[in-house]
Write a protein that binds this ligand. Structure first.
Ligand code: FEO
Length: 174
């Protein structure tokens, strides 16, 4: 069994991961509206990854004999003022998620719930990657400035990102 406090915190994190998927899908739709298909693709893949994060915790709570409780998902913003503003917002969001994961690790540690601490290590590592990949695009957009040619080149690069479902070792909740 799992402590109530840990179960509740994991349920909140499931909701935040679904919100992350919603946020990035909203950003994808924003980029579609600008006809920046590569940026839209990158955000759509990001949204798919967030769904796997939510499901990883969902599976884990069930596996531990806990109860998953799904809550309402907050509506994300619809518009951003520029591609750079959208990616900066994504970066800020990822930093918040990292803080949430760290708080979860602290709680599970205080509860001596080693299994949850172990499960969360995957997320600790994943957040390093998440922050770094979003920050890479922020830096590129800053370098591109107002150049449409540079923006087009970044768009072409981001079009190549594909969704790779997590392997058994990474993301099936085991
Ligand atoms: Fe699930 Fe982007 O953190």
């Amino acid at each position: 069994m799992i402590e109530k406090s840990v179960e509740e915190a994991l349920n909140r994190q499931i909701n935040r991961e679904f919100y992350s998927a919603y946020l990035y899908l909203a950003m994808s739709a924003y980029f579609e509206s600008l006809n920046l298909k590569g940026f839209a693709n990158w955000m759509r893949v990001q949204a798919q990854e967030e769904l796997t994060h939510a499901m990883k915790i969902y599976d884990y709570v069930n596996e531990r004999g806990g109860r998953v409780r799904l809550d309402a998902i907050e509506a994300p913003p619809v518009e951003w003022s520029s591609p750079l503003e959208a990616f900066e917002a994504a970066y800020e969001h990822e930093k918040k998620v990292t803080a949430m994961i760290n708080d979860l690790v602290d709680l599970a540690t205080a509860e001596k719930d080693h299994a949850t601490v172990n499960m969360l290590q995957w997320f600790v590592a994943e957040q390093v990657e998440e922050e770094s990949s979003v920050s890479d695009v922020v830096q590129k957009l800053k370098l591109a400035g107002d150049s449409p040619g540079a923006l087009f080149m970044i768009d072409r690069e981001l079009a190549t990102r594909t969704f790779a479902p997590p392997t058994a070792a990474q993301g099936d909740g085991k």
